[in-house]
Design a protein around this ligand. Sequence first.
Ligand code: H79
Length: 455
Amino acid sequence: MMKKINFTFVFVAAVLVALNSRAADIPIPDAPVDTPLKTVTDAAAAKRLAWWSEARFGMFIHWGLYAQDGCFYKGTNGSSEHMMRHLQIPLAEYAKVADDFNPTNFNADEWVGIAKNAGMEYMVITSKHHDGFAMYDSQSSDYNIVKRTPWKRDPIKELADACRKQGLKFGVYYSLGRDWEDPDVPTRDGYRSNTWDYPIETNKVFAHYFERKVKPQITELLTHYGPIAVLWFDTPEKISAAESQELVDLIHKLQPDCIINSRVGHGLGDYGVQEQKIPGAGDIKPWETCMTLNGHWGYFKGDEKWKPAQTVIHNLVDIVSKGGNYLLNVGPTGAGVIPQGGVNDLEQVGAWMKVNGEAIYGTTVSPLKTQPSWGRVTKKGGKLYLHVFDWPKDGSLQIEGLKSPIKKAYLLADTNTKPLPVGSGIDGLVRWDKPFITLPSKPLDPIDTVVVLEQ
Ligand code: H79
């Protein structure tokens, strides 16, 4: 609540306001990213990232043999997509899961439609996870979905085509430093490679695996499926700096527009990764949070703990207000279906995005900090988008850190209403001028109602 104005404080405040008259000058502290990047200032990287920075919201898909029985193996709980290692299943046994992998309900257009309807603008799917099994028609390794399953289809091809048709960018995940099929990936200090089939560590030469499997498979992915928008590497671990660089060069040679995440290793790549977490503050360096929609990446039987749509929307807004992208994961079943609980969630998120997408797409890191009393702020051009998660009971929305006058404010979802009344006052002792907006008594959307503020 505004307090009664004391003229001494008006004077102090006026001086402080004058000294800080530019609204958007607040420095944004760097948020931690899991690998510091070297290349983000590169002009070519900035050009590659242009669409991605606008898109803000993508679908991650973890799909592999582990999904066959929802991360269970012969009735035993395999914990996650790490099932093969968790249960130390011998390769020859694990490979037999493929004999029954027949996802006849798979429909690429449906998956892409679910993502598109949620307001997602890109998709990244596991082409090969830690188990080493290629989910596409690999020429360099027979350990793949086309050669080993009765289904014999190539979902990467079908999804790449469906994404092109429906206007989404298409990318692939590739597990780099873990591959439990290959005998040449060493294990050290929790690097979690295959020690049960291949116990003799001294026999393992990472460079052999890199030449025999990684480079050929990356080449295939970049030459057989049209434009690959993102190469999303995981677990760089044992790769050398020279090998990381070689991979980046190979990708740029084959597809100069392909974006690479920082898990290619050694500070290379175009953007940083946060896994299952959102940093506390914004970062102007490009970054992305990848997160599960329930508690697992791969389909896990019985996990119905879907994050409520409200959490997903608040996470998306929080991330975007801090300059990040949100790559939200679903794990389709062994039958080839995205679980219904996830679909329901994404439909609700999509409904919100249809009304409020303007306050997400193409926005940049907010010059204002998070607003602890009510929500988050995103920015595009001369507009600030105030995402009100907690509607103020007294109807007065106060904006912390704004140091220039508000010209106009209105509700994004309701263009017919008159502009909202705005004003400013002095609050307390050593105080800034605190602009405020008078809101209607009820939010348009209890999850997040967006107020547009023009400066
Ligand atoms: O692909 C997803 C994960 O499988 C992968 N990265 C994301 C994008 C990842 N690999 N390793 N880790 C994440 C971290 C390791 C987590 C573990 Fe566990 C904790 C492995 C063993 C204990 C979680 C719980 C996985 C298995 C049990």
